[in-house]
Write a protein that binds this ligand. Structure first.
Ligand code: PMP
Length: 366
């Protein structure tokens, strides 16, 4: 029950476990091509350009950054935790002049403050973390996409902890880049960086004045490969993660079989149920309100008198695996529970009862 890697469906593991084939074998070309087509449906981005690259979520962040930023560009980073800070640092490496808009831990930057920032300076790009995995804080991407349109700013959504779990309508909400990694709600073992890019962002990349400063990330190298797979032609730049791509096709099929609306609703319910159970136990959480609470994971505080180390030792004795805190300033004060992808109501019940038992063993009484 950690927020990634999650547990994977047996169909996905079967696909991942197939005999590795050539990256230009006809059946693999078919699988890669179909995965690209299926990504547009999962992202709700019929007009977007999908990329499937061997790497992690940080590579997806790097790819968006390196292709869309040029030396001296002004970039606005909305930070709601650890991964917002990571994006700010990363963009600086490509010569961006980064402004970070932070909210106190547990809340999101005010939308009027974001608009004021966009009015105050000619930003070329704005990034935001849909769900920051360090705080379980969720931002609302829709008004941010609208602001990006209004001010001509490319919007990049770090959806590593949200894509295929939280509601995202990339085209309708005008988000230029929605990026993620395979190991969370997408439901494939770690190792794939995934993103869908709008035509507006591809145009921004095409009109660059300087070459992309990262060789592996350069879309110049990857766009022809993605096009070839979709047109069912062999091609090569870097060897794809063949087995993971087969797993991706299997998982995207399962996701679409469930249906995006049903999946969003299931995650909403899982999040609400889990938060309700934590509140019933008397635990507070990092997100300051339901409105900014993620549905893919939760971040409850340890109650007064319970030490994180003791609690985690008790939890380790149960059959449930949870994650500790990640945000440096609050690290020892809270824990994290993932509830995304294949998680069932039964899993939630088992987890809640393990937490309740561990707290009781630590001497906690509500
Ligand atoms: N962004 C967010 C919101 C994440 O949760 C993570 C991973 N936990 C990353 C980026 C980085 O992904 P990876 O660990 O796959 O590089």
């Amino acid at each position: 029950m950690i927020p990634g890697p999650i547990e994977f469906e047996p169909e996905v593991m079967t696909a991942v476990g197939m005999a590795t084939t050539s990256h230009v074998a006809p059946d693999f070309i078919e699988s890669f091509g179909r995965s690209l087509e299926l990504m547009r449906k999962v992202w709700l981005a019929p007009s977007g350009q999908p990329f499937i690259i061997a790497g992690t979520g940080t590579l997806a962040m790097d790819m968006a950054g390196s292709n869309l930023v040029e030396q001296g560009d002004s970039v606005l980073v909305l930070s709601t935790g650890y991964f917002g800070e990571r994006y700010a640092e990363l963009l600086g490496r490509y010569g961006a002049e980064v402004t970070v808009l932070r909210a106190p831990a547990g809340s999101v930057p005010d939308i009027h403050a974001v608009e004021d920032a966009l009015k105050s300076r000619r930003y070329t790009m704005m990034t935001f973390t849909h769900v920051d995995t360090s705080t379980a804080v969720r931002v609302d991407p829709e008004p941010l996409g609208a602001l990006g349109q209004k001010y001509g700013v490319i919007t990049v959504l770090d959806g590593v902890c949200s894509v295929a779990g939280e509601t995202i309508r990339q085209d309708e909400w005008h988000i230029d880049v929605v990026l993620t990694a395979s190991q969370k709600a997408v439901g494939v073992p770690p190792g794939l960086a995934l993103m869908v890019v709008s035509e507006r962002a591809m145009e921004k990349w095409r009109s660059r004045k300087t070459p992309v400063g990262n060789y592996y990330c350069d879309w110049q190298n990857w766009l022809p490969v993605m096009r070839a797979y979709e047109e069912r032609r062999p091609s090569y730049f870097g060897t794809p993660a063949v087995n993971l791509v087969c797993g991706l096709e299997a998982s995207l099929n399962l996701i679409l079989k469930e249906g995006m609306e049903a999946r969003f609703e299931r995650h909403r319910k899982a999040g609400q149920t889990f938060r309700l159970a934590m509140r019933e136990m008397g635990l507070g959480m990092i997100p300051v309100s339901e409105e900014v609470s993620a549905n893919t994971l939760s971040a409850p505080f340890y109650p007064e008198g319970v030490k994180g180390g003791d609690f985690m030792r008790e939890i380790a004795a149960s059959d449930v695996i949870l994650a500790g805190g990640l945000l440096p300033e609050l690290k020892d004060k809270y824990f994290r529970v993932g509830h995304m992808g294949s998680v069932t109501q039964g899993d939630l019940l088992t987890t809640v009862s393990a937490i309740s038992g561990a707290l009781a063993s630590c001497g906690y009484r509500k």
